[in-house]
Every structure is written in structure tokens, then in C-alpha cells.
Design a protein around this ligand. Structure first.
Ligand code: ADP
Length: 900
């Protein structure tokens, strides 16, 4: 395929990326954030998959078998465990406006300048090879696609070299792309949107390649594996075990676990660009799913490549591309090339932006500031942006030079792991420092230096020596001929893969140094304060705005002009005013409140990193040294504030609860009122019905003086009945009223309960007979004397038995009455086989109001007050009354009296 076509496609693709970024930012200005969701977040995390994944994994299968998977299992494990750690880091970065991994570690250890410099330098050293790897991938895939060989070439003739021009284009692109906003801690919606897009492209392209190879060239997975199994040289490759040792696997997995967070680009997308903390939860499983999908076809493609004799002399790294091209599928080839291009440039873009922020903030700007004198004098906004631009150009050119000189000789994967091992050296200082307050600056500096030294000696140096084909006596005989110092067998440790070996020694020494130095040295006040803020971030977030450990004198005028220098007049004033309003400060003139100074420092941190921001603020203020005691006091105070807040929250919760209770009670009262009204209505209604019929019947008798004797008697007896019902009802109401008001006096005497029951049974026997129901009393054998008001208890027994008679069926009705002593209670059980009482009514039937209401609906015969009265009577006797019943199986009404 012609060069021109490919290059134009590449340029169009870059334009498209630009368009996407532009669109996302255009939308953002209209308050629509297209990347504010966990999907975009997870896709941007997939910048983890670079050209190394795209081309390199396939290549690695040929030599290392399944071991490439370690690089993806690591992040998957990390995702399962990282949630609490990442959440903590996110919270810290937000409250401290941290914009890179160097900034993060430097800020943790007292906003230390030298720590920022060290980390930045090591990041650059560790990652330049990795960036150059991507350049190499672009060029070599380009030569596979175009069919022209162009990889070789020396630095001398760079102007004839396509890679050089690709690098230049990328420099321009990234400068346009990544340096539009000065605040590096701000979110770059455009960047995230285009990275997410690239992640989709590389995934789709790779999966398409996989499907084409597996199902187009072969008859599915089974076919490929069968053919491979038949080849003695291939059959072991896809079996776990033979290739790659346990130590190799472990090291690869651990390294990539750390890399998931520590690589500057990963820190950029997963921490700096994070929009919302809660996106984390979803992204932490979406990201592993992405890794799984993109790895599905790695082994099939690798095996297919090795099974194809025509590719015998083709580098296994380019099988993905070479296979479709071999069979003449040029368009598919172009698309797959674009996928690889995406993978490579997304990595280059994000890594370069992240690194350039670090280089600019920790290396270039401090130099600039120290030579520029006081920061008040000139606008620095331009310098910040320019220094970032210079950094971008420098980094990419360095990567280019590396690619032309050393990377020529190495395969994709090995370089990647070397970079992983480099950033892993930050792990102890970062992770332990996140949970251990005593870890201090000296410990961190020493541990990172020591770790890096080991990394360099056991990994980078050998790679360099073998890469350039230089003198290798160091490798075989050790430094100065001391065999204990052989880089691949340090202190005589042999048998490990170089990566595992280096990882083991560097981590061991790194961690030991960190702990030992931290324990044996002291921290200064600033460090103590930062350690406190980091480790206990969840206790401090709310109070960090109110607190400041800054002490000294500063003029508002100076602070303002400092901010204006970096942010421009408009933004600086907006920030200052809103902070002043929020904290009720005056920003007109005079001395600045310490909180305002701290706030300004935080804002500047977002632009130039915390260490530089501190220097800047110092340059315009007179800062006094703060003592450790003062820091401890502030910390204590902020904790007290927190305690107080907690207390307040508790109090207000209690208040809310009390209010709720009052509301509930009020509601109940209103309801009672309604019920009472209803009751009154029912009672009067009940009184009116018999009254009306009494009146009607009396009138009939009165108007028809010559009525027949029999007829008249009938009317008169009805009148008498109705009158009785009336007076019964009135008595009931009056009784109830008397009991409830407490006007009823009890006449307590000893009574034989059997006698009382017998009397009532005797009185009610005719009623039972009338209904043809069997009413049986089983007297107890002993004489139970109970202290009570005999009239009232008789009434209770009467109510219960007459209810039972009322509710049992005719003919088969059965009522049994028993007496029983249960603990110190004398119980009377009245059992019937009537319709029973539904569960939900067991309490309610004793309620007079409920009764009244119930009655209007169901209209049973009776006053509807019997049980309510009985309950009142039992209350007056300190006794109780209840019902046990399963609907349909009859009811057991029981009342109990205290019995000594
Ligand atoms: P009433 O004088 O209307 O019977 P009560 O207060 O004595 O009023 O009873 C209230 C309600 O309890 C009755 O309407 C009935 O629904 C229920 N009830 C009382 N005793 C029994 C029983 N033995 N079997 C079934 N339901 C009963």
C-alpha cells in the first residue's frame, strides 16, 4: 500500500481526534460533560493497553507462552483490591489539587522540592524507552503495511527518516492538544474523550483481526489449537507452566499491579482526570473486562502466525498486521494498522502530557523562578505554558533519539517491563506513606534512590549493554570482577528471570530503606502536617478549608498579583472573591488572612505543583517558621472540630427523631379525634334507630284505637324490646364513661370465681338453649378465692359468654368455660367454635373507638362496647384480657386476675 495513503489516513485520524476533543470541550462550555460517566472513565483507563499489547503480546507468546497474561492479570487483581486505596488518593488529590504522581509524593512528604525533582527524573528515565517503543511500533507497522523497509537508519540522517517527521507531527499535536488550559489539575474533557475513542478503535480493530484470523483463515479456535498441538515446537506454548517460572509470573503480576496506578499516564487518567469518585466502582470492573476482551485473540493470532509458513521470516510482533496483508486484505490491514496507531499515540499523548507537567513543574519552572527574582514582577502564565510546551518537545525528541539508538535492538515487551519496574520504585513511598504517618521525607528519598539504583544496575544497565552490544564482562564477571555483583545474579541469586530478580532486590532494599530511615530520623512540622492530612484524609476533608498551617504576614495585594500572574486577572479575582464570600473575609486591602494564603497556595499547586507553589507564596510573603507543637495543635483542633461536628450531627439526628415522634403523636391525636366524632355519631345514630321505631309503633297504636288485641300486644312488646335495647346501650355508654373517667369505685371482696361463673352461666343458659348451643362450665376442683369487685367481674364474664353465644353457629355451637392458675394469675378461658377473630383484629376489638367504627361497617347486633368495657374493668383490677384465635377455628377469650 502506498505511503501517501497511509500517512494521509494517519493525519485524518489525528484531525478526527482533535475534532472529538474539541467537541467534548465545546459541549462542556455549554455545561454538558460528555465524559462524566464511568464508561468513559474506564475506557480512558484502557490507555494501559499500548502498542505493546497490540503487537507485543502476540510476539511474546512465541517465546514466553502464556506469561504475557501476567501483565493483564496484575491490573485485574489490582482493581479488585485498589478501591479503598484509590478512593483515598482521589480524595487527597482533589483537596490538595495534585496534578501528577511526582506532585503527589512530594506533597505527602512536606511539599518537598527535591523529592519532586528525583521522581520526575526517574519517571523520565524509566519512561522515555517506553515512549520510544511506541514510536518504533508506529514505524515498524508502517513498514509492514507499506511493504517498504524503513526501520533501519541512523541518527545522522534523521531528516530522511519518517519516524522523525512522525515525532514532529506528534509534538505539534500534543502541544495543541494538551496545553490549552494552564491549570494542570483541572479536568481535560477533550483529552479523556479522545482517549476513550482511541480505546474503542484499538479494541475493535484487534478483535476484528482476531476474528478474521480465527474464522477467516482457520476454522475457528479448535482448528488453530489442534494444528498447533500437532506441532512439537508449538504445543507447549499455550500450556501454563513450562514457559515462565513462578517467580516470573509473580514479578510480572506485581509489577503490572503497581503500574496500573504508578505509571504517569495511569495516574493521569485514573486520578487527575477522574470526574467523580463514584465512577470508580463501575470502572474497576469495566476496565478488567476490557483487558479480557482485548486479550481473547492474542494466542490464536500468535499460533496462526507461527502456523503460516509464509511468515517464517516475519517478526512475530507484526503477525496481527502481516496475516491479513498476506492474504491480500489491504483495507482490513489498514484498519488494523489504525488500531495499533491508536494504541501507540494514545499512550504517547497521555504519557507525554503527564510527564511534561512533571518536568515543567519540578524541573524547568523552579529554575525559571529562581533566576527571575520575585514572582510579583511579571506575568508568568505564558512561562508556565511555554515551559510545558518545551517539555513536550524535549520528551518526544529524547524518545526519538532513544528509538534510533537503543530501541532498535530490543523487542517490544522487554522494554515495557523495564519501565514498569522503574515506576514500581515509587510504590513503597506512596502506598506505605498513605497509611503510615511516621514515614517521612528522608525515608522516601532514600528508598527511591536506593530502589532506582538497584533497578538501574540490574535491569536498565544490562538492557543498555546488550542493546548496544557493548562490553559485557560486567554481565559475566560482575562489577570490578566481583561475581557477587553480577547484574543478573546479585549477591549470588541465580535462577530468576532478570525482571523477577531485579524486582525482588529493588523492592526489598527499597522497603527496608524506607522503613529504617523513617524510623531513625525526624520529620519537620510541614511534613508532619502533610502526613496527617494524607493518612487521615477522610477526617480532614471537611476541615481542610478552614485550617491552615501557614503563619506569617502577607499583603492581600501581593497575594492577588501572584495569582493574577499565573491565572490572569479575571480568574484570579473570581477565585479570591468567592473564597472571601464563603469565609466572610475582607479582600479589599491590608493583611491577608492565613486561610487566604493557604487557599492561594492550593490554587497555585494545581498550576505549578505544590513544591513550586510553596516557593512562590514564600517569595511574596514573610513566612514565620511554624513549630511542631503548633502543627500538632492545629491537627488536634481540626479533630476537635470534627468531633464537635459529629456531636452536632448526633444532636440534630435526635432532634429530628423527637420531631418525628411529636408529629406521629399529633397524627394519632387527630385520628383519635376523628374516631371520637365517629363514635359520637354512631352512638346517636344507634340511639335514634330504636327511638324512631318506638315512635312509629306508638303512633300506630295510638292512631288505631280499635286495633286487634293480638296486633296491639305485638306492637307493645316490640316497643318494650326496643326501649330495653335503648336503655342497655345508654347504660353501656355511661358505664364505659364512668370507668374511663375513674369515677367508678371498686368494692373489692374475696370471691369464689367458680360461683361468679356459675351465676352467669345460669343466667345465660336460656339464651344458649334458644340457639340450641351447648354451654358447659368445667368448675375447678379447688376453691379459688380472688380479690375483686364481684359485680364488675360478673359483667366481664357475662360479656364474654354472651358474645360467644352470639357468634357460635346454631345446633352445633359449643362453649366451654375453664378456670386455670398460671404462675401468679387466675385465668378464665371461654372457648367457642364460632367464626373466630382475624389476627389483625386481636388488639383492635378491645378498642371502643374501633368497635364503633367497625360496627358501622358490619352492623353486628349488640352495643359494640362489651369488650371495651371488659378491658377497662380488667385494667382497674390490674388484670388483663386477650383473645387467642385462628379464624374459622373458633375463639378463646381469656381474662386473668392477679392471684397470690
Ligand atoms: P358487641 O357488643 O357488638 O359484641 P363487643 O365489644 O363485645 O361488641 O365485641 C366486639 C367485636 O368483637 C364483635 O363485633 C365481634 O366482631 C368480635 N367478637 C367478640 N367476641 C367474639 C367471639 N366470641 N367470636 C368472634 N368474634 C367476636
Amino acid at each position: 500500500m502506498s505511503y501517501l495513503v497511509i500517512i494521509s489516513c494517519g493525519l485524518i485520524y489525528l484531525l478526527l481526534l482533535f475534532g472529538i476533543a474539541y467537541y467534548a470541550e465545546y459541549k462542556l462550555k455549554r455545561n454538558v460533560n460528555v465524559v462524566n460517566n464511568p464508561w468513559m472513565y474506564a475506557l480512558s483507563m484502557a490507555v494501559y493497553c499500548t502498542a505493546w499489547t497490540y503487537y507485543g503480546s502476540v510476539g511474546r507468546v512465541g517465546t514466553q507462552g502464556m506469561e504475557f497474561l501476567g501483565v493483564y492479570i496484575g491490573p485485574t487483581i489490582a482493581c479488585a483490591f485498589f478501591y479503598p486505596v484509590l478512593r483515598k488518593i482521589l480524595r487527597i488529590c482533589k483537596s490538595q489539587r495534585i496534578n501528577s504522581i511526582a506532585d503527589f509524593i512530594a506533597t505527602r512528604y512536606g511539599k518537598n522540592v527535591s523529592l519532586g525533582i528525583i521522581i520526575t527524573i526517574f519517571c523520565v528515565l524509566g519512561l522515555i524507552p517506553y515512549i520510544s517503543l511506541q514510536l518504533k511500533a508506529i514505524t515498524s507497522s508502517l513498514s509492514v503495511l507499506s511493504g517498504e523497509h524503513m526501520a533501519e537508519g541512523s541518527l545522522q540522517y534523521f531528516y530522511k527518516d519518517i519516524t522523525f517527521y512522525i515525532t514532529l507531527i506528534l509534538v505539534c499535536f500534543i502541544i495543541l492538544f494538551g496545553t490549552r488550559s494552564v491549570d494542570a489539575s483541572e479536568k481535560h474533557a477533550g483529552l479523556v474523550a479522545s482517549i476513550a475513542f482511541e480505546s474503542i478503535i484499538k479494541l475493535v480493530a484487534f478483535v476484528m483481526a482476531g476474528i478474521f484470523v480465527t474464522y477467516g483463515l482457520f476454522h475457528g479456535l479448535g482448528d488453530i489449537f489442534q494444528k498447533a498441538a500437532a506441532r512439537p515446537d508449538l504445543k507447549d506454548l499455550f500450556v501454563f507452566g513450562d514457559h515462565g517460572t513462578f517467580s516470573g509470573w509473580t514479578a510480572t503480576m506485581l509489577l503490572s499491579m503497581f503500574a496500573t496506578l504508578l505509571l504517569p499516564r495511569q495516574f493521569q487518567v485514573s486520578v487527575v482526570e477522574n470526574m467523580q469518585e463514584q465512577h470508580l466502582k463501575k470502572a474497576l470492573w469495566l476496565f478488567p473486562v476490557y483487558l479480557l476482551i482485548i486479550n481473547l485473540f492474542v494466542v490464536p493470532i500468535a499460533l496462526a502466525g507461527m502456523l503460516t509458513p509464509a511468515l517464517k521470516n516475519v517478526d512475530s510482533d507484526s503477525y496481527v498486521l502481516a496475516l491479513p496483508l498476506l492474504y491480500g486484505h489491504n483495507k482490513l490491514g489498514l484498519f488494523i494498522f489504525m488500531g495499533g496507531f491508536s494504541a501507540a499515540i494514545s499512550m504517547i499523548i497521555v504519557e507525554t502530557i503527564a510527564l511534561s507537567t512533571m518536568v515543567s513543574n519540578h524541573l524547568l519552572l523552579p529554575l525559571l523562578f529562581s533566576s527571575a527574582g520575585s514572582a510579583k514582577e511579571r506575568p508568568l502564565l505564558k512561562s508556565v505554558i511555554n515551559s510545558r510546551r518545551v517539555s513536550i518537545a524535549l520528551l518526544l525528541l529524547l524518545a526519538y533519539v532513544y528509538e534510533r539508538t537503543i530501541a532498535q535492538h530490543a523487542s517490544l515487551v522487554s522494554i515495557g517491563l523495564v519501565s514498569f519496574a522503574a515506576v514500581a520504585q515509587f510504590a513503597p513511598a506512596l502506598f506505605i506513606g498513605l497509611f503510615w504517618k511516621a514515614g517521612n521525607r528522608r525515608g522516601a528519598v532514600a528508598s527511591i534512590l536506593a530502589g532506582f539504583f538497584i533497578w538501574f544496575y540490574t535491569l536498565a544497565l544490562p538492557a543498555f549493554i546488550t542493546g548496544t552490544g557493548g562490553n559485557s564482562s560486567i554481565m559475566t564477571e560482575g562489577l570490578f570482577g566481583i561475581s557477587l555483583l553480577r547484574p543478573y545474579a546479585l549477591f549470588g541469586m541465580e535462577g530468576l528471570s532478570p525482571i523477577a530478580h531485579s524486582f525482588f532486590w529493588s523492592m526489598l532494599i527499597n522497603v527496608l530503606t524506607y522503613v529504617i530511615v523513617s524510623v531513625n530520623t525526624f520529620s519537620d512540622a510541614q511534613e508532619l502536617y502533610q502526613a496527617e492530612l494524607f493518612v487521615d484524609i477522610f477526617r480532614h476533608t471537611s476541615s481542610s478549608e478552614q485550617n491552615s498551617i501557614w503563619k506569617g504576614t502577607a499583603y492581600i495585594r501581593d497575594i492577588r498579583s501572584l495569582l493574577v500572574n499565573f491565572l490572569g486577572e479575571e480568574r484570579a479575582d473570581r477565585l479570591l472573591t468567592s473564597f472571601a464570600i464563603k469565609h466572610k473575609l475582607s479582600i479589599e486591602s491590608g493583611y491577608a488572612d492565613p486561610r487566604l494564603v493557604s487557599f492561594s497556595e492550593r490554587i497555585l499547586s494545581g498550576v505549578i505543583g505544590s513544591a513550586s507553589a510553596r516557593i512562590m507564596v514564600r517569595s511574596v510573603t514573610k513566612e514565620e517558621i511554624i513549630s511542631i507543637a503548633e502543627v500538632l495543635n492545629i491537627v488536634k483542633e481540626s479533630q476537635q472540630v470534627l468531633e464537635l461536628n459529629k456531636e452536632l450531627r448526633k444532636k440534630s439526628a435526635e432532634l429530628t427523631k423527637a420531631t418525628e415522634m411529636l408529629t406521629a403523636m399529633n397524627e394519632q391525636l387527630t385520628q383519635m379525634d376523628v374516631i371520637k366524632d365517629e363514635f359520637l355519631y354512631t352512638v346517636t345514630h344507634e340511639l335514634r334507630t330504636p327511638l324512631t321505631s318506638i315512635r312509629a309503633m306508638s303512633e300506630i297504636v295510638y292512631d288505631n284505637q280499635d286495633m286487634e288485641e293480638e296486633m296491639r300486644n305485638h306492637y307493645l312488646s316490640s316497643i318494650v324490646n326496643e326501649t330495653e335495647r335503648l336503655s342497655h346501650l345508654i347504660t353501656q355508654v355511661l358505664n364505659l364513661e364512668r370507668y374511663e373517667s375513674g369515677r367508678q369505685k371498686l368494692h373489692i371482696t374475696p370471691n369464689n370465681i367458680d360461683d361468679l361463673i356459675a351465676e352467669v352461666v345460669h343466667a345465660l343458659q336460656p339464651l344458649a338453649n334458644e340457639k340450641k348451643a351447648t354451654l358447659t362450665f368445667h368448675p375447678s376442683s379447688s376453691m379459688y378465692l380472688v380479690q375483686c369487685d364481684s359485680d364488675l367481674i360478673r359483667q366481664v364474664i357475662y360479656n364474654l359468654i354472651s358474645n360467644a353465644i352470639k357468634f357460635v353457629p346454631g345446633q352445633t355451637g359449643m362453649i366451654n368455660i375453664r378456670v386455670r392458675i398460671e404462675y401468679e394469675e387466675l385465668q378464665v378461658w371461654i372457648e367457642d367454635n364460632g367464626k373466630g377473630v382475624p389476627n389483625e383484629l386481636h388488639e383492635l376489638i378491645f378498642d371502643k373507638f374501633f368497635q364503633a367504627k367497625n360496627q358501622t361497617i358490619q352492623k353486628p347486633e349488640g352495643s359494640g362496647l362489651g369488650l371495651a368495657i371488659s378491658k377497662r374493668i380488667m385494667d382497674m383490677h390490674n388484670g388483663r384480657i386477650w383473645v387467642e384465635s385462628e379464624p374459622g377455628k373458633g375463639a378463646n377469650f381469656i381474662f386473668g386476675l392477679p392471684y397470690a
